[in-house]
Design a protein around this ligand. Structure first.
Ligand code: PRX
Length: 651
């Protein structure tokens, strides 16, 4: 990919200001102490951090136990994650500190203190309890990023219920699949919410999902977020205000094992079926908290705005659990990034004195295109640290972010991690590292990564890429895939005999030990920082009655990082009347099946696809075509060579 090649040539380095270095949570000498400890006694390293950072009900004795790839952390200890995020703060002078500053699309600002959040969580927990939910039952959250969705997450954690947040942009079909996969008993939603000035009727989507058949669901709880009228099924639907009505009620946090599951989060893999990544309680919380402290350098007076939706792992770890466990103030905004104008983000930073800002390269590129005048209209001097996540950042966007947003005064942390890793794994320590734009730098203390070849040997040549693996277990690692042990082993461990965790990313390690992420090695694409399985999109397309076959590949895109090209073969008896019209229909179809984020940018129709003699589609060749590259590699196994010319002509 063009971006990656130019990234690798980048040599400019940027170091933090003296002022930043002096105040950093982690200084050079702290890093040296941490590394010495980890290198001599890794268990003691984690033990001390878990003891000092988390509040336990019963202290643990064991640190990392189990046989690869089934690890357990602090297993004989007990705690409650919600108590770590709330109760321990309301007992201190943090009780009147703002926990959540909510900015709505209409710019209504609601400040919620730790005490108020504590009350909301207790009152909603009491409502959930009345429904008879038990420890480790599953609750689906289909809501935008508002104080109430965070309230539901923390209430589930309080009662030991496993939550699964489904991004509120997913279709009813995707929602139904997730509900059924984890046999959820309750779904919590809103009547509707605003995005780009338009109403998104979330409850209608939930109704459709439930109508398709979700036998495990007993109730749908609806938070009244607007004045829109909705359908209400009396035997099933419950208004939030009817069950969470007791002010001042206290619900004792459940004593949970460190290894009890905190949540399931569905993500795409290389098959058509999304996988429910499962995370534990204590280990997950520990890495979230530490990285908020080490990488985001969070302090008591910071206002931290991570723009991620709670439907993604970034929202879980850097909007909810990490910052709240630290007792920080988080800003949340549930509107569109460019509504009502392209300077909305910069206006929010200015008006609310945001000091730490974390977003995705795709957002930076979109806003960069709108011109430098937009950020220059606003005072951004409250900012002291910037972050990026989700995809490689090209040096051009990095430099723009550094100059126009950070005013050359803020370190930028390019954080590499995944839904599966739970928290940042490779990222700069902002008060210590000199960074080169385009590299996420080095693994954090306690994390050991390597770039290996297909045999599992370290790639020696620094200019060569290989598979990025994590060599040692870490506390916030996924504990598996909900209901699918074999897929967990096969996807993440088997290739190297359970020796390493396989990230699915390819990377290069330079002479200084910096990691440069190159892309995915599997059939996963990254569109605007969202992870999508090409097989998922293919199966959505072929489920259309006029489609016989489809192959989906990605190509580099200026704004989105990667975009989707779908090659489609129609059924014999279907005659196209208008290609453009049917392509639009197919895009809508994908939206209905998965959600808007999966809509292909390009669709091309042909009479066949390049296949091997055994009938396997050669996606590699389609990738070459979609990317405008010369066909590379061996084509001798191709059964129908002519098809390549046909495809190239169409394109
Ligand atoms: O390919 C890597 C890319 O995003 C993938 C993980 O996606 P997801 O589980 O949805 O989590 C996204 C937010 C953590 C990775 O396998 N990725 C994530 N961060 C970076 C990245 N690629 C390059 N640089 C990053 N900083």
């Amino acid at each position: 990919m063009k971006n990656i090649e130019s990234n690798l040539k980048e040599k400019r380095t940027f170091k933090p200001s003296e002022k930043f270095v002096r105040q950093a949570n982690l200084k050079n000498e702290d890093l040296a102490t941490l590394l010495t400890k980890y290198n001599s006694e890794p268990d003691l390293f984690w033990k001390e951090l878990a003891n000092t950072e988390l509040t336990w009900i019963k202290k643990f004795n064991t640190v990392c136990t189990g046989t690869s790839p089934f690890f357990k952390w602090f297993e004989d200890g007990t705690l409650n994650v919600s108590a770590n995020c709330l109760d321990r703060h309301v007992e201190t002078d943090k009780k009147n500190k703002i926990a959540i500053k909510h900015v709505s699309e209409e710019n209504t600002i609601t400040n919620i203190t730790y005490n108020q959040l504590f009350s909301k969580v207790n009152s909603f927990s009491s409502g959930l309890k009345k429904l008879g939910l038990k420890k480790q039952d599953r609750v689906i959250i289909y809501m935008p990023t508002i104080p109430e969705s965070i309230t539901v997450m923390l209430s589930c954690a309080r009662l030991g219920i496993i939550h699964s947040v489904v991004f509120a942009g997913f279709s009813s079909e995707s929602l139904k699949d997730r509900i059924n996969d984890c046999s959820a008993k309750v779904v919590v939603t809103v009547d509707s919410f605003k995005r780009g000035g338009k109403s998104i009727r979330a409850k209608d989507t939930v109704d459709k999902a439930l109508d398709m058949g979700c036998p495990s669901i007993d109730h749908c709880i609806v938070y009244k977020n607007s004045s829109e009228k909705i359908n209400f099924t009396k035997s099933r639907d419950i208004w939030w205000h009817d069950i969470a009505d007791e002010n001042g009620v206290i619900v004792a946090p459940e004593e949970m094992s460190a290894e009890d599951l905190l949540f399931i989060l569905y993500t795409s893999g290389s098959t058509g079926k999304p996988k429910g990544i499962i995370h534990s309680s204590a280990g997950y919380l520990l890495n979230c908290l530490l990285t908020n402290k080490w990488v985001f350098d969070l302090k008591n007076d910071d206002i931290f705005w991570c723009t991620a939706d709670i439907g993604w792992i970034t929202g879980h770890s850097y909007v909810v659990y990490g910052p709240l466990a630290l007792g920080a103030t988080v800003l949340i905004y549930d509107g569109a990034p460019t509504y009502p104008g392209g300077d909305r983000f910069w206006k929010i930073i200015d008006e609310n004195k945001v000091s730490v800002f974390y977003t995705a390269p795709t957002a930076i590129r979109t806003l960069m295109k709108l011109g430098d005048e937009l950020p220059s209209k606003h005072k951004l001097d409250s900012l002291r640290l910037l972050g990026t996540v989700g995809e490689p950042i090209n040096p051009e966007a990095w430099i723009w972010y550094h100059k126009n947003i950070g005013k050359e005064n803020c370190p930028i942390v390019d954080t590499w991690w995944q839904t599966e890793t739970g928290a940042n794994m490779i990222a700069p320590l902002p008060g210590i590292y000199q960074v080169i734009p385009g590299t996420c730098t080095k693994p954090l203390p306690g994390i050991e990564v390597e770039v290996v070849d297909s045999e599992g040997n370290k790639v020696q040549n620094a200019s060569q890429g290989g598979n990025l693996v994590i060599k040692k277990p870490w506390p916030s690692m996924l504990r598996g895939i909900w209901g699918d042990k074999d897929r967990y082993i096969n996807t993440y461990w088997k290739k190297y005999d359970n020796k390493f965790y396989i990230t699915g990313d390819t990377a290069r390690k330079d002479e200084d030990g910096n990691i440069w992420i190159m892309g995915r090695s599997d059939d996963v694409v990254n569109v605007s920082g969202h992870r999508l399985g090409t097989m998922e999109i293919e199966s959505a397309i072929v489920s259309h009655e006029f489609v016989a076959e489809s192959a989906v590949v990605s190509y580099p895109h200026e704004i989105k990082g990667e975009a989707i090209h779908a090659f489609v073969v129609l059924r014999d008896n279907f005659k196209l009347h208008g290609e453009k019209q049917f392509a639009d229909e197919l895009r809508e179809w994908v939206k209905i099946k998965i959600g808007s984020i999966a809509k292909p940018e390009r669709i091309s129709f042909s009479t066949n696809l390049p296949k091997t003699r055994s009938g396997k589609i050669m996606r590699r060749l389609l990738r070459n075509i979609a990317r405008g590259e010369k066909i590379s590699g061996d084509t001798s196994t191709l059964e129908n060579e002519n098809i390549l010319n046909q495809l190239k002509d169409i394109f």
